[in-house]
Design a protein. Structure first.
Length: 662
C-alpha cells in the first residue's frame, strides 16, 4: 500500500510539473512569430554578428563595425545564431527569449522543489509561468529572459554545491554569474550579495579553506565577466566608438550604471515616488503579481530566519530559510536600485519576477500549511497584508473594466473577499472550541480560493495581452500591455521641463517604429535606387537622426529588401543623451565629399534640435512624398542639395517660415 501511495504521489507531482510547463510553453509560444522587430538596435546588432568575425567579437549596430552596441555581446551572440539559422524573421528574434523564459520556469520549479517541497514548487512555477510581465518579456526582443535564466542556473548550481558539499559547483555558479554579467551587466549581478550570504551561512569548510574557495570563485567570476571588455579596451583601434559612451568601461560603469541614477531621463514617465513600479499601469503589469503574495513570502522568510540560522541546527535545516533569504534580498535590492533610478523602465523588473513568484509561493503555502505553528501576532500581520492586498488588486482591476466586463466581477470578488475575510476570522471557533478543526479547514479552503483568485487575475491579464495585441508604439516595440489610462494631472498640472524633454526623447526614439513597414520599405528602395544612379560611390546608404532610426532601417532593409547590400548608415544625434554623434561640420564635409545623399529623420527633431533642423532646411530638399513616405507622417526624408543649390534652398525655407508666421 505504501508503495502504491508513493507511486500515486509521484504521478501527481509529474502531472503538476507538466501543467506548469504547459502554461509556460503555451503562453510564451502563442503566435510568437507575429509583431515587429522592436526598436531595432538589438535586432540589427544581433544580425550583424553573423556578417564577420570582427562584428561577432565587436557587436555593432552598423555593418561596418564602427560603433559598438551599448550592451555586452552574449545576447547578440545567442540571437545572432538564431538569425543565422532562420534568417531575419520574427521567429528568429523571439525564439531565444521564449526558450529562456520557459527554462526559467523549470529552473524555479527545481530550486523550490529541492528546498520547500512539491506544493511550493508547483505554486511558484505556475505563478512565473502566467505572470504578465514575465510572459511579455519572454515573447519579445529583450535581454532579460537570458539574464534571468543564467541567474537561476547559478542559484541552482550553488544549491547543489551546498547540498553535496562540493566546491566545483561553487566555481560553476561563479562562472555562470560572470556570464550573466555578459548578458545585461548589472542586472545579472542583482542576487550576488544574497548568494554570498547564502554560501557564508551554509559553508561546510573551515574558515581558512573557505576563504581560499571564495577567492578562486571570485577570480573565476572576474575572468568570465571582464575578459571581453578588457580585450575590447585593448583593441580599441578596431572600432570608432562605443554607443553612448567614451569607451567600453564608461559604457559599463557610466551609461549602464551611474547615469541611470543621475540626470539621465528618457522614454515614458512614471509616478515620481520610490514605489513607481506599483502605481499607474504598472499595477496591472506587475503590481498584482507583487502584492500581496510576495509580501507574505517576505514576511514568512523573515519570521523563519532567526530560529533556523542562529540556532545550532544542521546545515540541511538552514537550507530552506537561506534559499528564502536569496529571494528576499534579490527583491529588496531591486526595490532599492530600481526605485531610485531616474531612468524607469519596466524591463528592469523582468529580472526580479522569479524572486517575486518564489516569495509568493512561499507566502501562499506557508499561510495554508504552517499558520498554526506561527505566533498570533504574525498571523494577524499576514491576514492584514492579505486583506490590504486584495483591496489593491480590486482597485487595479477596476481600472481595466472598460476592456473586458470580466474584470468587473474579478474586482468585485477581490473586494468581497477582503470584506468577508475579517468577519470570518472574528467568528471563527477558537482553539478551545469543539469546532476548531472545522473552522481551520474552512479557513484553509478560503485561503486556497483567495490565492486561486489572485492567480486567475494574473492569468486573465496575460491572456488579454496575448489575444489583443497592440499596434501602437508600445505594441510595436514589444510591450503588449493593456491600453488603459490611470488618470493624470488636472488642468493646472504642469509637467517638469526635464520630464517634458524626456518625453520628447522618447517620441524621437520610437518615431521610426510608428512608420508603416511598407512605407519604410518604399523609402529605402527609393534611396537605394538613387544610390545606384550615383554609381554606388558613396560610403553611406543614408544618414539618420538617431541610433534607433539607423538600427531600425538597417534591420528592416535586411528583412524586407535582402537584395540591398548591407551599407553603413550614419547616425547624427544621440536621442538618449541629447548630444551630437556627427557634428554639422562633419556632416557637411561628408556630404561635400559625395559620401552621403539622404537624411531620414523624425519631424520632432525640429523641436529636439532646432540647429540641426535649420541646417537641414538650408542644405536639403524634402523628398518625403516622392520616396513613398506619407507627408503628414512622423518620418521625413531629405535629399542633400548640390553646393550651388544650398543657399537658394535656405532662402526658400526662410521665406516659407516667414509667410507661415504672418
Amino acid at each position: 500500500m505504501l508503495f502504491l501511495k508513493t507511486i500515486s504521489i509521484q504521478r501527481i507531482e509529474i502531472l503538476g510539473l507538466l501543467l506548469v510547463i504547459f502554461f509556460a510553453v503555451s503562453l510564451r509560444f502563442y503566435e510568437l512569430d507575429r509583431g515587429y522587430s522592436g526598436l531595432g538596435i538589438y535586432s540589427a546588432t544581433s544580425l550583424n554578428t553573423g556578417t564577420s568575425l570582427h562584428n561577432w567579437f565587436f557587436p555593432s549596430i552598423f555593418v561596418d563595425g564602427s560603433i559598438i552596441a551599448d550592451k555586452p555581446p552574449l545576447f547578440f551572440w545567442v540571437q545572432g545564431l538564431f538569425l543565422k539559422i532562420l534568417g531575419p524573421i520574427n521567429m528568429a528574434l523571439r525564439l531565444p527569449a521564449a526558450l529562456c523564459g520557459t527554462f526559467c520556469v523549470v529552473l524555479l520549479y527545481l530550486i523550490l522543489r529541492r528546498t520547500y517541497g512539491v506544493l511550493t514548487a508547483f505554486a511558484g512555477g505556475l505563478f512565473l509561468a502566467i505572470a504578465p510581465i514575465d510572459v511579455n518579456f519572454s515573447r519579445g526582443v529583450f535581454l532579460e529572459p537570458l539574464t534571468t535564466a543564467l541567474i537561476l542556473l547559478s542559484i541552482f548550481m550553488l544549491l547543489i554545491g551546498v547540498e553535496r558539499k562540493q566546491v566545483k559547483f561553487i566555481y560553476i555558479a561563479s562562472a555562470v554569474i560572470g556570464i550573466a554579467f555578459m548578458s545585461k551587466l548589472w542586472q545579472g549581478l542583482l542576487p550576488v550579495p544574497a548568494l554570498a550570504v547564502f554560501v557564508i551561512i551554509l559553508r561546510w569548510e573551515a574558515w581558512g579553506r573557505f576563504l581560499k574557495t571564495a577567492t578562486v570563485a571570485f577570480v573565476i567570476f572576474i575572468i568570465t565577466a571582464l575578459v571581453w571588455p578588457t580585450l575590447v579596451w585593448l583593441f580599441d583601434s578596431h572600432y570608432d566608438a562605443v554607443m553612448h559612451s567614451e569607451n567600453i568601461w564608461d559604457m559599463i560603469f557610466g551609461w549602464n550604471l551611474f547615469d541611470r541614477f543621475g540626470g539621465l531621463q528618457y522614454g515614458s514617465t512614471h509616478d515620481p515616488s520610490w514605489f513607481w513600479f506599483l502605481t499607474g499601469p504598472m499595477q496591472i503589469f506587475l503590481g498584482i503579481t507583487f502584492i500581496p503574495l510576495a509580501v507574505l513570502g517576505g514576511l514568512k522568510t523573515v519570521y523563519d530566519l532567526p530560529a533556523k540560522i542562529f540556532s545550532k541546527t544542521s546545515s540541511k535545516e538552514k537550507l530552506v530559510p537561506c534559499i528564502g533569504l536569496i529571494w528576499l534580498m534579490w527583491l529588496l535590492i531591486c526595490i532599492v536600485g530600481f526605485g531610485g533610478a531616474t531612468v524607469r523602465l519596466s524591463s528592469y523588473w523582468a529580472s526580479a519576477v522569479p524572486a517575486i513568484c518564489a516569495l509568493s509561493a512561499i507566502g501562499m503555502v506557508g499561510l495554508i500549511k504552517d499558520r498554526q505553528g506561527h505566533s498570533q501576532w504574525y498571523r494577524a500581520i499576514s491576514y492584514t497584508v492579505l486583506m490590504v492586498g486584495l483591496l489593491y488588486i480590486s482597485n487595479a482591476l477596476s481600472n481595466v473594466v472598460p476592456l473586458w466586463i470580466g474584470y468587473k466581477y474579478l474586482s468585485y470578488l477581490c473586494l468581497l473577499s477582503a470584506i468577508i475575510f475579517p468577519i470570518f476570522l472574528f467568528f471563527k471557533p477558537g482553539v478551545d472550541s469543539n469546532h476548531y478543526s472545522t473552522g481551520e479547514r474552512v479557513l484553509s479552503n478560503g485561503l486556497l480560493i483567495t490565492f486561486a483568485l489572485i492567480l486567475v487575475s494574473n492569468l486573465s491579464i496575460t491572456f488579454y495581452n496575448l489575444t489583443n495585441p497592440r499596434d501602437d508604439t508600445l505594441g510595436r516595440i514589444g510591450f503588449d500591455q493593456m491600453p488603459v489610462s490611470f488618470g493624470g494631472g488636472g488642468r493646472d498640472y504642469k509637467v517638469d521641463p526635464k520630464i517634458e524633454r524626456a518625453r520628447l526623447r522618447g517620441t524621437v526614439i520610437t518615431a521610426i517604429v510608428r512608420a508603416e513597414p511598407h512605407d519604410l520599405t518604399e523609402a529605402i528602395e527609393y534611396i537605394y535606387r538613387r544610390y545606384k544612379e550615383g554609381e554606388g560611390s558613396g560610403r553611406y546608404l543614408m544618414a539618420t537622426d538617431s541610433y534607433n532610426t539607423a538600427a531600425k532601417v538597417a534591420y528592416h532593409a535586411a528583412e524586407f529588401s535582402p537584395h540591398i547590400p548591407r551599407l553603413p548608415i550614419l547616425p547624427i544625434y544621440s536621442e538618449y543623451q541629447d548630444t551630437w554623434i556627427t557634428s554639422l561640420e562633419d556632416l557637411e564635409k561628408i556630404s561635400d565629399d559625395g559620401d552621403l545623399k539622404f537624411i531620414l529623420t523624425s519631424k520632432d527633431m525640429q523641436t529636439m534640435n532646432f540647429e540641426f533642423w535649420t541646417w537641414l532646411s538650408g542644405n536639403a530638399e524634402d523628398v518625403t512624398i516622392v520616396s513613398g513616405l506619407p507627408y503628414y507622417g512622423e518620418i521625413r526624408l531629405f535629399k542633400l542639395m548640390e553646393e550651388d543649390s544650398k543657399d537658394r534652398g535656405y532662402s526658400q525655407w526662410l521665406e516659407r517660415n516667414q509667410a507661415a508666421s504672418r
